[in-house]
Design a protein around this ligand. Structure first.
Ligand SMILES: [Fe+2]
Ligand SMILES: [Fe+2]
Length: 274
């Protein structure tokens, strides 16, 4: 039987998107069934690849070379969903990578419960958005996608707290800021299945940010460090550039991310109306 780290490496080394998400969901189900039965699967240890396997398509381009399309057209909406699918597939790999990458750091079983559950969520998100793309006559792989998505993982491959600060607490929190606007675009276009998919994603991503905040605070407690000071130092070190307002302060608060975490890292704005 596979250890949890071996399951993670199995997902990371699977190239095809739907095969990757099917394995991800099956492994997640195995982990939770074993936990419920009181016979947990050992975390073990296995070396994750530096970069996860990905399908031959989409072609990965420098963000500057990815053509921009206006969201007011069907082609623009397909491009937007395609970008979301790419983010979700990357998120599947990110959630399994953190499990295997930092398996040497002893963590409570609840940490793995959270990351495995979130990995299963991300897998469903990818599948939901793929179904929407197919309904619109396209598919994941039809358009080029950003090449730089794995950058945050590589930059923080040696720093567990840096990974938590940058991935769930900066990147996934950013998702909470931008998703309502995206839902508005698809609602205006009457694209019901895209609205439903994005609403599911929006609701579930709050928990992912909350897992990040919870376990970041846990590790700060273990090392007796101030969470806000540590967060600011790690984000400045590993995340290039300032955070972009406007922030979804309500959902961020719900996810355990108060304003004193992110406002001091925001780019200068003339009116900070709060
Ligand atoms: Fe997601
Ligand atoms: Fe997520």
């Amino acid at each position: 039987m596979m250890t949890l780290s071996e399951m993670a490496v199995d997902v990371l080394t699977t190239a095809d998107g739907r095969q990757k998400t099917a394995k991800s969901r099956a492994h997640a189900a195995r982990w939770s069934a074993a936990r419920d039965a009181g016979t947990p699967i050992p975390v073990g240890g296995a070396t994750p690849p530096l970069r996860p396997s990905r399908p031959a398509q989409p072609e990965l381009l420098d963000p500057r070379d990815v053509p921009k399309r206006k969201p007011g057209s069907p082609q623009g909406r397909i491009a937007l969903l395609h970008a979301v699918a790419h983010i979700e597939l990357n998120a599947v790999d990110l959630h399994w990578d953190i499990i295997a990458r930092f398996a040497d750091t002893p963590m409570p079983a609840g940490f793995y419960d959270d990351w495995v559950r979130a990995a299963a969520d991300e897998s469903r998100h990818f599948e939901l958005i793929c179904a929407c793309l197919e309904e619109m006559g396209s598919f994941y792989g039809a358009l080029p996608a950003h090449a730089g998505m794995w950058r945050a993982a590589e930059d923080t491959a040696g720093d567990f707290m840096g990974r938590l600060a940058v991935v769930p607490m900066v990147l996934e929190a950013r998702g909470l800021d931008v998703t309502p606007g995206m839902i508005g675009i698809f609602r205006k276009a009457g694209a019901d299945s895209a609205v439903a998919a994005l609403e599911t994603i929006y609701a579930e991503e709050v928990a992912h940010v909350a897992y990040g905040s919870k376990w970041f605070h846990f590790l700060c407690g273990r090392h007796d460090t101030d969470p806000i000071v540590a967060f600011h130092a790690l984000v400045r070190r590993y995340f290039k550039g300032p955070l972009k307002p406007p922030f979804n302060e309500e959902k961020r608060a719900e996810a355990g991310l108060p304003p004193d975490f992110y406002w001091p890292l925001a780019e200068e704005t003339p009116a900070r109306s709060r």
